[in-house]
Design a protein around this ligand. Sequence first.
Ligand code: NAD
Length: 278
Amino acid sequence: MDTVSLTGKDLAAAINADSKARAAAFAVAPRLALIVANADPASAWYVNSLRKAAERLGIACDTVDLGADASVETLRAELAARSADPAVDAIMLQTPLPAGVTLDDVSSSIAAPKDVDGVSPLSLGLLATGLPGFVPATAEAVIELLKHHEIPLVGKHVAVVGRSNIVGKPLAQLLLAADATVTVCHSRTPDLAAVTATAEIVVAAAGRAGLITGKHIAESATVIDVGTNESADGGIVGDVDADSVRGRAAALSPVPGGVGPVTTALLMRHVVDAAGNR
Ligand code: NAD
């Protein structure tokens, strides 16, 4: 079987074109505050790519580096100050956080109308109850990528591999809202392949290179690879062993070039949406 590549580049370009036009309509450009508290090179690379993406769309972007030893109190105070600052439309807290600090310790200090990556308990609660609010961009990107490639979700069995608060759990909520039947697998699922091989759609979001192989996939399944793992040569690889899945799956999203560009485009769309909340 030929495995179709579910690329995200065209979709991202269309979302970006729309965001750029909408951003230009504001008298004062939409403004994103990117809060960083780590010395991680992969994070620095990502922050730089977000800055460039924002600039291309006419979105102002302030990077606030609090240092890798910032305390919970410092982070909370910064997030609260930016939440109260009328010049800031949107706030994104970059991970990883300093040792000993979790997202749960600080995310409630981000005001929901500015929480463009949907990480606060309020945003996640709104999503779980089906009320309007910002949704984590990566989870939303999976849904948008499937829609763009006209892969139906109603009544389909989707296995999500990963249960983090920023990817697996919100994705499960979005899939339920789209009328899919959802199974969430995680690190304590005893026989992963036995579950995923019964699904029509498998979404891999575990952060483990090569975790999903041909034996994890039903013939003709659709596979979405959310994983971004550093490869030995310094590049990026997903959670799916593409060589072993290709020829068996009907469709597979590439890494890079699948979920990633759509995630960035949706984040920027959320920033423009947040500016609309002024
Ligand atoms: P995380 O480490 O917070 O969570 C990983 C989840 O995977 C956990 O729930 C864990 O139970 C599960 N897991 C780990 N090993 C497993 C195994 N062997 N079998 C089954 N489940 C297992 O990670 P995260 O923040 O949710 O991110 C997941 C992946 O998605 C990472 O590779 C991350 O880099 C990537 N990511 C990509 C984008 C993007 O835009 N493409 C955005 C965010 C995250």
